[in-house]
Design a binder for this molecule. Structure first.
Ligand code: NAD
Length: 345
């Protein structure tokens, strides 16, 4: 077991909007129980920073500077206004810190509906494709929004590095197979380039990691029909965004789905879910997704033992019957965290 040489880590903390502050408090209680010393630099972003009238900067400079210095952040969900309003702070952070790989593992904790033994890892390209944010309206006659255009931009280098990340991940985590998910039959260039690079990378890992390919629509169906036929999935930005919520649904929903955004300049750990405005402020949110994201952060920092203890404690707590409402239980966010923290100790 690898142990860290460091006695205290500096990490930026962005509690976020909606359920963010509640699940952040819960996660901090669990992290404290590990005994790993973290010096948190607490910052605000999203709606909390933009203010009630949404006129402030949703991504203030001190938050960016803090992440630049610590190179590591634990982040709650941030609100993005739908349609108009400020642009996504999540997307801005991914661009700012070149967080090109979004790692989203899902694993069955307790059988959910007809699904059992789900163990999947989705690797999503995080900075390119349709989310590059190159879009505009075209005015025709009196209508300033007669046409909307968005450009999906991918680069050979971007496709190559996300596929290499997925194969390296598979190799170092004893995973058997990587599935390249694409739509190269229709999007011959933007998805074709991804598939071309994926096949090249796969060749380098021949004999060590298997590779297969699936078109996105078939992949979406097969994930529901035969999830056991997948292991690691690598795909482009929007397909990955959609599939990651889908696979979270195979294990009991978004409350259980953690993620890591790994980049060349920093890494940011966060739950897959959003601000859950429908349950915010009610102490109903399941903090598991953020707690498991924090476990990924501990492992990233080299604290493998602490990361594993957190994961084991979460699983044991849920199996032991202490559950939040999304999993059919009655525990509050804080009560669930307390139960996990006790097991971590
Ligand atoms: P959401 O993920 O917030 O909620 C979807 C559903 O899942 C809701 O019914 C919610 O109650 C439930 N849910 C989510 N997290 C839960 C938890 N921890 N425990 C129990 N139930 C949970 O998605 P949405 O409603 O589409 O988005 C709300 C806001 O969040 C939007 O502004 C969106 O832009 C933002 N968002 C942010 C991030 C991020 O910061 N990474 C990710 C996704 C969405």
């Amino acid at each position: 077991m690898r142990h860290s040489q460091v006695s205290s880590y500096s990490v930026t903390l962005l509690p976020g909007d909606g359920v963010g502050p509640e699940i952040t408090d819960a996660t901090l209680a669990v992290l404290e129980a590990t005994g790993v010393e973290v010096a948190w630099d607490r910052q605000i972003a999203g709606a909390a920073a933009a203010g009630v009238e949404r006129r402030g900067n949703p991504l203030p400079d001190p938050a960016i500077e803090s992440i630049r210095a610590t190179k590591c952040a634990l982040k709650g969900p941030l609100e993005t206004p739908v349609g108009g309003g400020y642009r996504s702070v999540n997307v801005a952070l991914r661009k700012e810190f070149d967080l090109y790989a979004n790692l989203r593992p899902v694993r069955t904790v307790v059988p959910f509906r007809s699904y059992d033994n789900i163990d999947l890892v989705l690797v999503r390209e995080n900075t390119q494709g349709l989310y590059a944010g190159v879009e505009h309206f075209v005015q025709i006659g009196d209508d300033p929004k007669a046409v909307a255009e968005s450009m999906a931009i991918v680069t050979r280098e971007g496709c190559h590095r996300i596929c290499r990340f997925a194969f390296e991940y598979a190799l170092h985590h004893a995973r058997r197979k990587v599935t390249l998910v694409h739509k190269a039959n229709i999007l011959k260039m933007v998805s074709g380039l991804f598939l071309e690079e994926g096949r090249l990378v796969a060749k380098e890992y021949e004999g060590r990691v298997e590779c297969d390919e699936k078109i996105i629509d078939n992949a979406a169906m097969q994930l529901v029909m035969k999830p056991e036929s997948f292991d690691v999935i690598v795909t482009t930005n929007m397909f990955g965004d959609i599939l990651s919520d889908q696979i979270a649904g195979l294990v009991g929903g978004l409350g259980l789905a953690p993620s890591a955004n790994i980049g060349s300049k920093a890494s940011i750990f966060e739950a897959v879910h959003g601000t859950a405005p429908d349950i915010a402020g009610q102490s109903k949110a399941n903090p598991t997704a953020l707690i498991l994201s924090a476990a990924m952060m501990l492992e990233h920092l080299g604290e493998l033992d602490a990361g594993q203890r957190v994961r084991d404690a979460v699983i044991a707590t849920i199996k032991g019957g202490t559950r939040t409402g999304d999993l059919g239980g009655t525990a509050s966010t804080a009560a669930f965290a307390k139960a996990v923290a006790q097991r971590v100790k």
